[in-house]
Design a protein around this ligand. Structure first.
Ligand code: AMP
Ligand code: GLY
Length: 423
């Protein structure tokens, strides 16, 4: 079969790497892809938000399955556009993708389905939101309703900070229409975990729990990023809790969406806060996490193409989803300045040498192939990922590999996995 992957990050390289190993896959296209995905298939220069371009490419290449990596094409309705042409898409409809595309939608459905989450209120008017703040205690969390590239959440420690956030989102339109509506919610305390599940609209199979590292600096300091590293399984949410967690945060959402006539198919990703009162959902994503995807797929022993097809066909319960008992850990190497501005075009060396180490794979994110070789083209450049018999081994192996890779002005966190090791 022919598969088209949509996206250009480390997650998409990991998807291409894993899918290219499937005996079911004859040909792989990636739109637009990066310097890593060209090693696994054919890159086509079409952007992830160009829905007509993606549909036309899928038709021209007679693709059997489209796999969107990021949320944007899903929220814009790629699944619906493909369905209209009888092309299978591993991912939810625009309606179901609102779980990620609208915080108000997601919080409302959580409340309706009885999923544990922070108390909240939704506002369309600045004055109403401002008056509400008068009656609250701080810290409190202000969230832009729509997609804001991971920047639409402010944990405000004082009323002034919360008002500033409201002003910037609702009046100054820092995130455009995404901040026209806001959610204000209770601040939760705890350690975060990512809990993802394959879903076919009705059935679901949870993956092993992951832990991401969102802050740019060691010890979780500095501004939030897309993620500076991740590992799985994460001991904060042990395997003995997976069934209970699935019942608590995955199944009720699948049931609620099915009841609304919009079954969720693809990956449902619950971002959890592990509070003293148990796990509470911070957010849902409608796709694999980046970088969580990289360590997850390193450990997946089953055929990913088979699982994805089964999800599209409502027969996930018929396939096996098997993981190696090892731990996988991914360290993101980024360009100095990220998540702010950074320079591009730096030559990258050492990827081949690093991959000679046992159990190491270097997933490329912000890279492109230039005449002189592979160069940087984004903020998150590489996801150096390693398998180990336990978390300590995986960490050691990943950092040994990181030591072999270099590009000018690169940086990375040295403490990926430490929260898990402290347990
Ligand atoms: P979200 O996009 O909703 O996951 O928010 C991004 C990040 O903001 C999360 O990963 C948390 O670190 C933080 N955050 C979001 N909601 C809350 C909350 N209710 N309490 C504390 N921190 C939060
Ligand atoms: N790593 C967090 C995310 O993909 O949303």
């Amino acid at each position: 079969m022919k598969i088209l992957i949509v996206g250009a990050g480390g997650r998409e390289h990991a998807l291409a790497w894993k899918l290219s190993q499937s005996p079911l896959v004859d040909e792989l296209f990636i739109a637009p892809g990066n310097g890593g995905t060209v090693l696994e298939g054919t890159n086509v220069a079409i952007k992830d938000d160009d829905l007509p371009g993606i549909v036309a490419l899928a038709q021209e290449k007679q693709v059997d399955l489209v796999v969107p990596g990021p949320e944007l094409p899903l929220v814009l309705g790629l699944q619906n556009a493909l369905e209209a042409h009888n092309i299978a898409c591993f991912g939810p409809s625009a309606y179901a993708a609102q779980l990620e595309g609208s915080k108000a939608f997601s919080k409302t459905i959580m409340r309706e389905a009885g999923v544990p989450t922070a108390d909240f209120a939704v506002f369309d008017e600045f004055e109403d939101a401002k008056n509400y703040l008068e009656r609250q205690t701080f810290p409190i969390v202000v969230k832009a309703d729509g997609l804001a590239a991971g920047k639409g959440v402010v944990v405000a420690h004082t009323k002034e900070e919360a008002l500033d956030a409201l002003q910037s989102m609702m009046i100054d339109k820092a995130f455009g229409m995404a901040g026209k509506r806001v959610v204000i919610e209770e601040a939760l305390v705890g350690e975060e975990a990512s809990f993802l599940a394959f879903c076919d609209g009705e059935h679901c199979v949870p993956m092993t729990a992951c832990q991401d590292h969102k802050a740019v600096g060691e010890g979780d300091t500095g501004p939030n990023t897309g993620g500076m590293g991740a590992y799985c399984p994460a001991p904060i949410l042990p395997e003995s809790e997976y069934a209970k967690t699935t019942d608590l945060v995955i199944k009720p959402i699948l049931e609620a969406l099915k009841k609304r006539g919009a079954p969720f198919q693809g990956i449902l990703y619950a971002g959890l806060m592990m509070t003293a009162d148990g796990p509470k959902v911070l957010e849902y994503n409608a796709r694999f996490g980046d970088p969580e995807c990289q360590p997850l797929l390193m450990r997946l022993e089953s055929d990913l193409a088979e699982i994805m097809l089964a999800c599209c066909q409502g027969r996930l319960h018929e396939v096996e989803v098997k993981w190696t008992p090892q731990t996988a850990l991914c360290v993101v190497m980024a360009a100095k300045g990220y998540p702010g501005s950074y320079s591009k075009g730096m030559a990258i060396s050492g990827i081949d040498t690093a991959e000679k180490l046992d159990g190491v794979k270097v997933f490329q994110a912000g890279t492109t192939v230039a005449e002189a070789g592979t160069v940087t083209s984004g903020g998150r450049v590489l996801g150096v990922t390693a398998l180990g018999d336990n978390l300590a081994d995986a960490k050691k192996q990943a950092y040994q590999a990181v030591d072999l890779v270099s590009f000018e002005n690169g940086f990375y966190r040295r403490d990926i996995g430490d929260k898990g090791l402290a347990r």
